[in-house]
Design a protein around this ligand. Structure first.
Ligand code: ZN
Length: 120
């Protein structure tokens, strides 16, 4: 099982809500509307179309109290075209196209400086 949180930045004319999906293999078995509240379980697993969409995998850890979402060190920064990107400071990854193609981008440095400022 995999939990994928959709973080697609939709173009204004195609805007739609992003949800969190529970996958078994390549089929969706449940989803959580708007990443919140109770998950809705499908009677039949559904095909999952990931084309042109972006997801971040949520990891869960077992604790004394049950299962909890593993907290990641994610900072959201604005790109130059008004988009927002999620920078994972633990893995030094960003979900912008530049990072996907080149493996580095300015958002990571921006996120680090934000954190440094906030901590100062
Ligand atoms: Zn970036």
């Amino acid at each position: 099982m995999k939990v994928l949180k959709e973080i697609t930045v939709w173009e204004v004319e195609h805007r739609q809500p992003n949800h969190t999906y529970l996958l078994s293999g390549d089929k969706v078995v449940a989803y959580k509307k708007w990443h919140e509240g109770e998950a809705e379980v499908f009677k039949k697993p559904m095909r999952f179309d990931r084309a042109r969409r972006k997801f971040t995998e949520l990891k869960y850890v077992a604790t004394e109290w049950g299962v909890e979402e593993e907290q990641k060190n994610i900072v959201v920064v604005e790109g130059s075209k008004g988009n927002t990107y999620e920078v994972d400071l633990d893995e030094e990854k960003c979900n912008c196209p530049g990072h996907t193609y080149r493996g580095h981008c300015k958002h990571i440095d921006l996120a680090k400086s934000r954190v440094a400022l906030a901590a100062a």
